[in-house]
Design a protein around this ligand. Structure first.
Ligand code: HEC
Ligand code: HEC
Length: 239
């Protein structure tokens, strides 16, 4: 009996015979971009440049922040990654917004933020101000109340009018305010930037002795003040 070599190889391949030298191992083949479903790989490739390698210390708000992840609703994570935040550097990553990620990849990231970095050991107090910004237009009275809260909670580091101080930079600065949403400002007031030394809504470090944790109403008022700094400049610039 006599079989040609080619037939032997075919038979061998069909029954898990030893792999011939030089045969590529399918496990080593690079996964096509749109098939990558590993959180770390997706995060490093698409997000780390702005949000920081480990989700902190980047130019964009930290995502690896237990308080942020405790208060941000799941559908916000999904929507922001899908559609971005118009008017800010945060672009939409879904194909519907011209982005490079599939719906499945967006979901891996949205869910993975909480499972990889979520708050497990940090109990959420029921006085923590809510993440979502009020959709109502803030009033002049809100802005004035915000200025009073600012004087105690923020001025010591950022300067009396947000012009910057010894320990922290300017926030009443158009180059900064024009590129950040009211929602992100509100979130930074609540979470602080623990990676950069800014205290959260309850943090007493670097604040005067009379400081008390910010209430939800005070966070609304502060958000109104900061948004007002932005729109005041826009008004001034109108002919
Ligand atoms: C103990 C000092 C301290 C206090 C008090 C403080 N901050 Fe900050 N803040 C910082 C530091 C430090 C940074 C990061 C470095 C920088 O931007 O100068 C920062 C950054 C910021 C940023 C920019 C964050 C970013 O991601 O670019 C905003 C907005 C801000 N603070 C708002 C506030 C507001 C509003 C208050 C009052 C509720 C406040 N801060 C209170 C120290 C402080
Ligand atoms: C080019 C820079 C850039 C890249 C890349 C980027 N982001 Fe962002 N991201 C931002 C900025 C800036 C904001 C704040 C936007 C605002 O002002 O509301 C933001 C906001 C967010 C928020 C909301 C945070 C909050 O405080 O409410 C989430 C969630 C988020 N990004 C997730 C991601 C994920 C996941 C990726 C990767 C797929 C990503 N981002 C890539 C710049 C970026």
């Amino acid at each position: 009996l006599f079989l040609p070599l080619a037939a032997l190889i075919l038979l061998a391949a069909g029954c898990d015979a030893p792999v011939l030298p030089g045969t590529p191992n399918p496990a080593n083949r690079p996964v096509p971009e749109d098939q990558v479903l590993d959180f770390d790989a997706l995060y490093q490739r698409n997000c780390a440049g702005c949000h920081g390698q480990n989700g902190t210390l980047g130019p964009a708000p930290p995502l690896n922040d237990a308080l942020f992840l405790a208060i941000v609703p799941d559908d916000v994570l999904q929507n922001v990654i899908t559609s971005g935040r118009p008017g800010t550097p945060m672009a939409g990553f879904a194909p519907s917004h011209g982005g490079p990620l599939t719906a499945a990849q967006v979901e891996v990231l949205a869910k993975g933020l909480k499972t990889h970095w979520g708050a497990t050991d940090q109990p959420r107090s029921n006085t923590t101000p809510p993440y979502l910004i009020e959709p109502t237009e803030p009033s002049e009275a809100d802005r004035q109340a915000g200025a009073a809260v600012y004087a105690t909670a923020c001025a010591g580091c950022h300067g009396k009018q947000g012009e910057g101080g010894d320990t922290a930079g300017a926030i009443n600065d158009q180059a900064f305010l024009q590129l950040i949403s009211d929602q992100a400002l509100r979130r930074l007031i609540i979470t602080g930037r623990p990676d950069l030394g800014m205290p959260d809504y309850a943090g007493a470090d670097g604040r005067p002795a009379e400081f008390k944790p910010l209430t939800a109403a005070e966070v609304d008022q502060l958000s109104a003040l900061l948004a007002g700094w932005r729109s005041a400049a826009v008004e001034d610039a109108k002919p």
